[in-house]
Design a protein around this ligand. Structure first.
Ligand code: NI
Length: 180
């Protein structure tokens, strides 16, 4: 397992498609200790550095159900949110189409249709229970990140043709990097 730095956060490498880790189902967090706080801190450091608006722990190779999000506009103050063991407990009938991207699938963007609003239940880093209503960009982002915890990528919501095309492209790129 990974060694966590507890006195300062560390920017971790983000794993990229077609890394098979991205398809693993992450395990619930059961101990809300300094290690989880350190993981959350590293995830924020990694997410802001990328930069991205959301990150799931599996994207830094940690198979735990931890998500960080900050959907505040760039010019505004940071609004970091950490969700441990997040679950969608209700979804709106109304759907919304947003253009999505993923730090693990760099420079690829496609429109994805998802419920426009969701209600989630989650723990904070201290293990406290919360519920939250999400809409707009936050709703899209949290659904995208919770998908990651189940080994699902946003390209899985696209047509098979589009999905296979992007996977092929990344397999070729990974081969090129190995040969170089
Ligand atoms: Ni992603």
């Amino acid at each position: 397992m990974v060694d966590y730095v507890t006195d300062m956060s560390t920017i971790r490498p983000i794993i990229i498609l077609p890394d098979p880790l991205l398809r693993l189902v992450s395990k619930p967090v059961t101990a809300f200790d300094a290690r989880v706080q350190a993981l959350v801190d590293d995830m924020f450091a990694t997410m802001y550095d990328a930069p991205g608006i959301g990150l799931a722990a599996i994207q830094i190779g940690v198979t735990e159900r931890v998500v960080t999000v900050d959907v505040s506009p760039k010019e505004d103050e940071q609004h970091p949110m950490a969700f441990i063991n997040p679950q969608i407990i209700a979804v709106s009938d109304e759907l919304n189409i947003h253009q999505e991207g993923c730090l693990s699938i760099p420079d690829y963007y496609e429109e994805v249709e998802r419920p426009a609003a969701v209600r989630i239940r989650y723990h904070d880093a201290n293990g406290q229970d919360h519920e939250m209503d999400c809409e707009g960009l936050l709703a899209t982002c949290i659904q995208h990140e919770i998908d990651h915890l189940d080994g699902v990528l946003f390209i899985d919501h696209l047509s098979r043709l589009k999905r296979e095309r992007v996977i092929k492209k990344f397999i070729k790129a990974a081969k090129r990097d190995c040969d170089a």
